[in-house]
Design a protein around this ligand. Sequence first.
Ligand code: TPP
Length: 373
Amino acid sequence: MSDDVLTRGAPALPTRLPIRLIDENGDPVSTTRSAGFEIPDEDTILSLYRRMVLARRFDAQVTALTRQGRLATYPSALGQEACEISAVAALGREDWLFPTYRDTIALLTRGVSPVEILSFFRGDWHTGFDPYEHRISPQATPLATQALHAVGLATAARLASDSVVALTMLGDGSTSEGDAHEAFNFASVWQAPVVFLIQNNHWAISVPFEKQSHARTLADRAIGYGMPGYFVDGNDVAAMFAVTSAAVGRARSGGGPTMIEGLTYRMEAHTNSDDPRRYREKSDEAKWKLLDPVERIEKYLLNIGALTDTVRMDIAEAGEVLAAATRDAMNTEPVLDPLELFDHVYRADRPALREQREFLARELATAEDGSTP
Ligand SMILES: Cc1ncc(C[n+]2csc(CCOP(=O)(O)OP(=O)(O)O)c2C)c(N)n1
């Protein structure tokens, strides 16, 4: 494992081309592209592949639910599975993940159930899952805020001599936020055990990367903050996992933060309420389709004779079970008490909030007995 560019005080520029271990034909690449990283062993690759296939099946099912009008909004991560699954696979159970709205399949892969995930997207309940149980913060919608939270948690862990690492995911557009700058800077100043995984999927809704930044790569920015930066092929799960694992290991052993840019592509719309035909070319989508992360790793496994028909069928079956559980989750109407809305705002009672609660209670009672107020 290459540790040369990870040395504190001597950051080297990220590579000119994204680090890649396996090409789009499923063949290992020459060492010049690998920057000293190695393809993970067969079992690890198989397990990453399995998780990517399941995540893709789940993502497709949730997107279908939005099209059937069963769910209002879902930001798909189709095409970004290599980044999403590597992030989770590189973390230990004791570590923390700080995701965005885009990273639902990362939550699924870390063990959050479809019911809990969809409860958030339906707006049924605050976060949908218990952050402490899964060690995942709520999916952040205000861009880049989660990066600051990750630095805060990582810094607290360091002060407590706890070996916890925080990994936060950001989109390319989010790196234009002031919060991202503050998170990068203080992570470096405090040498926080944190990994910034930037998924450069080329678009911030309809705004292309070129309108956000004139930098050669986003990973180059790491140098200015005094931390190592890696520019990685975000559709190559072998490369993403190798680099992310190294960064997590470095953070855990006191080496401080790392910035990783995974160059990828959002194959779906920004959310189901967006229409990408209005701002991007079909030819661009077709070009990226050829670099599909799931197909690439499947070809690699087939090439090395590690993927049998039985294993493939097992995974496909598990995918169908997951999709069915996801549909079932949508067919169960949750029992909700609207008054609970006020329960988790402040620890102590507040007169203004009590007043609002009483107002809503009266409205609900009126609605129930059908009388007009
Ligand atoms: C602070 C803030 N400003 C604006 C928005 C509106 N907004 C939602 S998603 C988005 C684009 C984000 O793009 P990127 O960070 O690249 O992530 P992606 O959605 O592509 O995963 C914007 C501007 C927001 N959610 N938060």
